[in-house]
Design a protein around this ligand. Structure first.
Ligand code: TXD
Length: 321
């Protein structure tokens, strides 16, 4: 069996951690592309020189040329500027749309059969633009947001309940912005509803709701919380972990159910937009969207989030993209 190949477009903070994680897991050979001369070459050399210590046999190549992404099974795009303190993800729209267009053209020419995971912000708009420029089938272009947002939500729940995060199942749907929708009703600890455990802990339904509301709010603002602390960039370890989990599901055809930014054709009442929903990820990319019924409150929150995605996409089109 020949080894898989992953091309990482963008060799900055997330791109570097992605390259290291993929190598350490021996998930695939890695090509790290960036427009900055020598940067991807330096990072891949540094990572490769740890191969004896970590014990991995993969090839790592840094490059400034798109021709090197040829033959990639999977592309992960992080090219684009990150947020600075005080900025919203949407403030990155114009700059990153220009970059995303270039990236899409490069990948289209050199790796037309690859599945693509987009990470750059503003996520929902960038996925939409990348698909539009490449013309790749929708199921082969996926955005990463929900895996990370859900992991953040799960982490806060684990801390609150003082239990292992491994036993938490919680998902965040909708767009990757302040309107994202953590699904409280299905958040559980090995099947036990989180709300029930909070009510037991605090012996009060009101207090349980208040604690949950604070966790939901922290989840929505979690990216900004890290930006404020780092001051010079945004989260990069956890976004890389999230994309690697998706990459693994795809390359190993695991069909894991992950909240992913997928193109909807009527599911959840949405037609023709990329939105974060639970999706089965396998060798075809998005194998299927797992639609389920939402209650009134969730429906309202999701439709608000979808409206925010639509506005972003319309703004982008107005800018000529
Ligand atoms: O969950 C999520 N989806 C995210 C997304 C979570 C956190 C951050 N997220 C976004 O990912 C963030 O807002 C940015 O838009 C991207 C990348 O974040 P990162 O922290 O890796 O940014 P860096 O360190 O600035 O790296 C970006 C690299 C940098 O090396 C640039 O030289 C390069 O992108 N770059 C390009 N590469 C290829 N082609 C072009 N045109 C290009 N322009 C810049």
């Amino acid at each position: 069996m020949s080894r898989k190949k992953i091309a990482l477009i963008g060799g900055g903070q997330i791109g570097g951690v992605l390259a290291q994680m993929i190598a350490q897991k021996e998930l695939a050979d890695v090509v790290l592309f960036d427009i900055v001369e020598d940067l991807p070459q330096g990072k891949t050399l540094d990572i490769a020189e740890a191969s004896r210590i970590d014990g991995f046999d993969v090839s790592l190549k840094g490059t400034n040329e798109y021709k090197d992404v040829e033959g990639a099974d999977l592309i992960i795009v992080t090219a684009g500027l990150p947020r600075k303190p005080g900025m919203s993800r949407d403030d990155l729209l114009t700059t990153n749309a220009k970059i995303m267009k270039q990236v899409a053209e490069g990948v289209k020419e050199h790796a037309p059969n690859a599945i693509s995971i987009i990470i750059s912000n503003p996520l929902d708009a960038m996925v939409t633009l990348y698909q539009k420029v490449t013309g790749f089938p929708h199921h082969k272009v996926i955005g990463q947001a929900g895996v990370l947002d859900s992991s953040r939500f799960s982490t806060f729940i684990a801390w609150e309940l003082n239990v292992s995060v491994k036993d938490i199942n919680a998902m965040v749907l909708g767009g990757h912005g302040d309107t994202m929708v953590p699904i409280i009703r299905y958040a559980n600890v090995n099947g036990i509803p989180v709300m029930e455990l909070l009510e037991k802990k605090y012996k009060s339904a009101d207090k349980a709701k208040e604690v949950m509301a604070a966790m939901v709010q922290r989840t929505k603002m979690a990216g900004g919380e890290v930006v404020k602390l780092l001051k010079t960039g945004s989260a990069f370890y956890s976004p890389a972990s999230a994309a690697v989990a998706m990459a693994e599901a795809i390359l190993k055809d695991q069909r894991r159910i992950m909240p992913a930014c997928a193109y909807l054709k009527g599911e959840f009442g949405v037609d023709g937009y990329y939105v974060g929903v639970p999706a089965a990820l396998g060798e075809k990319g998005v194998e299927s969207v797992m639609e389920f019924s939402l209650d009134e409150e969730e429906t309202a929150a999701l439709s608000k989030s979808i409206d925010a995605v639509k506005t972003l996409v319309v703004d982008m089109e107005r800018l000529g993209f």
